[in-house]
Design a protein around this ligand. Structure first.
Ligand code: TNX
Length: 526
């Protein structure tokens, strides 16, 4: 502002004032600021794009469009994209120099990450009739972790494909690369199945919708039918959309617990007399799958469909919060435990997981499970998602499992984000912006070898109390901006005060893109 004012008075040149510091989130590995500016004339010229980067060039055009920056010019300094295999995968180098902007990636993902940095620089640039004025600099950058994820629960509340794409856009902007799609739960089944149409005919619908933020369970339901699901075409559209942004989609089919909707559709999958319905309230429900041959035959057919729809290497099979007491009154369960010398129901659950893993592995995929799968002996080939703190992840890494950290203390984005009474109703808990930023995904007590098992981390957005798109955006923004820095930036470069200074520029950019953000972190915390 001051700079613009001084410039308009003609009192100083940019060189005297010096270029504004680029505010990039997540903070890059290195930024070297130059002394001057480069002015890119409008419309912007897009230069020398490799054939392998056609898709990234399309994205660049879309990004410029959504920032209202004209492109298609043919003169003056422009923007060039290239691959240089001397750089590592996902790494990039961005230079704003005399001849324009050059983004060189170690691969296409690296170029994409460079584009996200450029978007932030453009959003902060002075744009006039002369063109876009960018501070000269050189950024070299690469991610700290390979797995940088965001989860979204679409069961408790349903979000349509347009929103899913806007959510994926947010991941890309933050240089995150995994979208964990929590497709099934007690309150709704959201994935079309050709083999089992009742999963959506019955399981995708419940007899009440949420009528506002309230913890009064009775008031949650207005009696109308609520629900929805994704067709195979829609899933493919989402997967392709994510792939263009170098984002892997991890589908979750949550078994054997959190399965009320599945059992409501196919009661024979449950243990004993089924009372299952698609649930309308928050909670952990007693209906769980029975470990019968019929269940595994069903899962094999279902997971074959899932494996075809989702090209990524993982299928998440849930495993959390299983009300194993349901297996107490079950002759088949007793017989299985005897036959396999299983001592308790935790071991029976592990047996269930192992058998499901065999199915998934035969489909050419690997499983991920929530940390409860460690209650018995599961094979080290299962990747563990540690949510009840980091202890599960520590145990898992020591036992040779790959681990994704998602501890509720730091990255449960369904929790409150501030202590003000104006805070919108949330499920419970408190995860403030500095709590997210303080997250250390690699526990100090692990050995070097064990640390190698920590693939990265993700935040979870459970949506029991997140009924609308606006609510969802306000829960993840700006907390995911803090998480992005945890996952990307070298730990020694992390500094919350510096992040907080850079944040307003990103917040303005996100608002300009039409997202809603929470402002809890600007309010006093008592
Ligand atoms: C626990 S985290 C759950 C979810 C709930 C969440 C609410 C996990 C694996 N299971 O089913 O939505 O708490 O915070």
């Amino acid at each position: 502002m001051l700079r613009i004012f001084l410039l308009s008075l003609g009192l100083v040149t940019a060189l005297i004032v010096g270029p504004a510091r680029a505010a990039v989130i997540p903070a890059p590995v290195s930024i070297q600021h130059g002394n001057g500016f480069t002015v890119l004339p409008l419309p912007l010229q897009l230069l020398g794009v490799d054939a392998a980067l056609v898709s990234e060039q399309q994205l660049l055009q879309q990004y410029l469009n959504s920032a209202d920056i004209a492109f298609g010019g043919a003169a003056g300094p422009g923007i060039g994209l290239a691959i240089d295999q001397a750089l590592t995968a996902s790494a990039y180098r961005l230079e704003v120099g005399g001849t324009g902007v050059s983004i060189v990636g170690g691969d296409q993902a690296g170029v994409l990450h460079g584009l996200q940095t450029l978007r932030q620089l453009l959003a902060q640039a002075d744009i006039s009739e002369q063109g876009v004025q960018l501070a000269q600099l050189v950024i070299t950058d690469q991610p700290r972790f390979g797995y940088r994820g965001m989860h979204l629960d679409v069961s408790r509340h349903f979000f349509d494909v347009d929103f899913i794409k806007r959510y994926i856009d947010l991941l890309a902007l933050h240089k995150m690369n995994v979208f964990h799609w929590h497709l099934t739960d007690d309150q709704g089944w959201r994935l079309e199945s050709k083999a089992f149409p009742r999963l959506t005919d019955v399981g995708a619908w419940r007899s009440g919708t949420v009528v506002g933020h309230t913890h009064d369970a009775g008031a949650m339901s207005d009696g109308r039918r609520y629900g929805g699901y994704y067709s195979w075409d829609e899933v493919r559209e989402v997967v392709a959309y994510a792939a263009q942004r170098h984002i892997m989609v991890v589908p979750e089919i949550d078994v054997p617990g959190h399965a009320s909707a599945m059992i409501a559709a196919y009661p024979e999958l449950g243990c004993g007399e089924s009372q299952a319905k698609v649930q309308t309230h928050f909670g952990v429900f007693p209906e769980i799958l029975c470990p019968s041959d019929a269940t595994f035959t069903f899962l094999e057919t279902l997971l074959t469909e899932v494996a075809e729809l989702f090209p990524g290497p993982y299928i998440h099979i849930g495993g959390d919060e299983v009300r194993k007491d349901r297996w107490e009154d079950c002759d088949l369960c007793d017989a299985l435990m005897k036959a396999h010398a299983l001592e308790d129901h935790g071991e029976l659950q592990a047996w269930f997981v192992n058998r499901t893993e065999t199915i998934v592995n035969a489909l050419g995929k690997r499983i991920i499970g929530w940390d409860e799968i460690l209650d018995g002996e599961v094979r080290p080939s299962a990747t563990v998602m540690s949510w009840r703190g980091q202890e599960g992840g520590i145990r898992a890494a020591r036992a040779g499992h790959d681990v994704i950290m998602t501890p509720l203390q730091h990255v449960y984005f369904d929790f409150y984000q501030g202590s003000s009474v104006d805070e919108p109703m949330a499920i419970h808990g408190l995860t403030r912006l500095p709590d997210v930023y303080a997250f250390q995904p690699v526990p100090a007590e692990l050995s070097a070898k064990e640390r190698g098992h920590i693939l990265g981390a993700q935040a979870n957005l459970w949506t029991e109390y997140v009924p609308t798109e606006t609510d969802a955006e306000r829960m993840v923004l700006p907390r995911m901006s803090a998480l992005a820095e945890v996952l990307w930036t070298p730990v020694e470069k992390r500094n919350f005060e510096a992040f907080a200074q850079r944040l307003p520029a990103l917040e303005a950019q996100l608002r300009a893109l039409g997202y809603e953000l929470a402002d809890s972190h600007y309010k006093p915390h008592i």
